[in-house]
Ligand binder design. Sequence first.
Ligand code: C5P
Length: 239
Amino acid sequence: MMKNQKTDNVIIACDFSSAESLFGFLPAFGELRPYLKIGMELFYAEGPEIVRKLKSMGFPIFLDLKLHDIPNTVKKAMSVLSHLDVDMCNLHAAGTGAMMRAAIEGLTREDGTRPILLAVTQLTSTSQETMNRELLIDGEMPDVVSRYALNAKEAGLDGVVCSPLEAAVVKRSCGEKFVTVTPGVRFADSSVNDQVRVTTPARARELGSDYIVVGRPITAAENPYEAYMRCLEEFNGSR
Ligand code: C5P
């Protein structure tokens, strides 16, 4: 590893269907404790115990459950997640400012600390046409994304999950300090899988990503440790 290499801004998307497969994968990292993203599949399969176990082993956790419900329900659910001691979690900005403010209340612990809270603006699987015609949201995708991001910022959230290609627009509307966490990352020489719009780790950094979320380029690599190291080096290269 490069001396002083930052390791806290490349998040590995652990899209495994069972704890067994996750715990078969993690020994590849030895003593290292990379940031892990746990999504709905693994959380619904294994329950909160998987988060407790990973936290007790020292892994920082982004719990990607994308909450969206009435404010009171989200507040109470966020309180549960906060006490699981996750480091980062998220919700849909479409739930409105009232829901986002309630989420922050629920997430804030007795000592005033809380996990990083991010909003999903529009899912990258939603095209502009679908958004306009099916969801009846008029306008251009970048304008809608930046407006939802601004709603999240005004509600007190820390940032958004977005495409690296939207990171610049988000930084412009919400400021440099507003965090951007971006999936859709691929090495220049690797398969894009089912992702449509992808960027390399280095390009994601240039576009304004603060964290990248990388799944298959690491989880399906012949050598996941080397793939993770390559991400860190490409993403943090000239910092
Ligand atoms: O394997 P891959 O690198 O494509 O994984 C990307 C991860 O980021 C997956 O967990 C996927 O669900 C998530 N994600 C995404 N695009 C979004 C939001 C989340 O790919 N807009």
